[in-house]
Design a protein around this ligand. Sequence first.
Ligand SMILES: C[S@@+](CC[C@H](N)C(=O)[O-])C[C@H]1O[C@@H](n2cnc3c(N)ncnc32)[C@H](O)[C@@H]1O
Ligand code: SF4
Length: 386
Amino acid sequence: MSAPDQRDAFGVYVHWPFCLSKCPYCDFNSHVRHQPIDEERFVGAFTQEIATTAARVPGRAVSSIFLGGGTPSLMQPGTVGAILDAIGKHWSIADGAEVTLEANPTSVEATRFRGYRAAGVNRVSLGVQALDDASLKALGRLHTADEALAAVAIARKEFERYSFDLIYARPEQTTDAWASELKRAIGEAAEHLSLYQLTIEADTPFFGLRAAGKLVTPDDAQARALYDVTQEICAAHGLPAYEISNHARIGAECRHNLVYWRGDEYAGIGPGAHGRLDIDGRRHATATERRPEAWLLLVESSGHGIVTDDELNSEERGDEYLLMGLRLREGIDPDRYKQLAGRALDTDRIKNLRDEGAISIDADGRLRVTQEGFPVLDAVVADLAA
Ligand SMILES: C[S@@+](CC[C@H](N)C(=O)[O-])C[C@H]1O[C@@H](n2cnc3c(N)ncnc32)[C@H](O)[C@@H]1O
Ligand code: SF4
């Protein structure tokens, strides 16, 4: 992993907001359309928004690009190539830049992988979610486990780097069943796995089902047991957690996601994308219009889709550094917090959290959340930020 708190990383996130169907647990900015998407028109708008953003933060060397969604693997490879060309035209691309595309593991989408590689993608992240068909069906997925594993095999052949996502703490999932599913997944993984506990988000069908008593998710004790077994198995197989839900071999961490968690600078392009831009020594938090067609019209009429552009004050910068940085196993640098927030962390709060075993201050001076602290991370962050 590159040095923590390095200040030379610059990421570009590009959001493709369409999916073939909406999964019942998902609250990402994703939309289903029943008529074909005019990809050429979107390329025009992405190119325009990239040009406008690059004029605000010129001269950056892009160290990572992430095409996320929605389902970016629904884009034609030519569309991906045109977006990457526009990024390379308006900024420079650093040597060895990481270029990730998020893909759904259906057979149709896997046939495009070679085209994505030719377009400049060098890493894919696949949404496998589960390795058994009954769970996939319950999660509303359009692929089978075999199809997902076939897509993983194609990813392994086409890309030097790939990762896949699984969702655990699913309804009725036992610790034993998850342990064997996870071991099987590790056998298919190369260097990186994202393992998310199922979250029941407001305004999703799963939220309604749970409220009606028709969907029962693991209670806190069971969720904790599932989390613990995840950490044990992954660590024993050389895939320790480097972030609360992300596991990698040493050096194979997702560099783009590290940009967010370390508080580095990134541009957000496309509908509903967030950015953090450093302009005249001030950090700007940007967000674009979420609705895809409204975003298109906005970019076409005003050159960008930004609807929020806030300069963060010291307190907000400090809070964000804690919120993002404490998710990482490498933790945060208390001196950097002081520099950003304009005040030091409270020593009494640090002492209490250390006494409780939730955090540690290590020989290198970094403040880290411990294995015991991660399941209560939100409370730890709230305490330190108060
Ligand atoms: C932007 S999504 C999607 C990638 C791709 N569209 C797919 O579904 O395969 C990124 C990942 O977030 C995870 N995710 C989304 N909603 C979740 C939820 N409610 N609980 C846990 N994980 C979730 C899934 O593992 C998913 O692959
Ligand atoms: S989980 Fe992925 S495929 Fe499903 S709706 Fe969300 S973004 Fe789309």
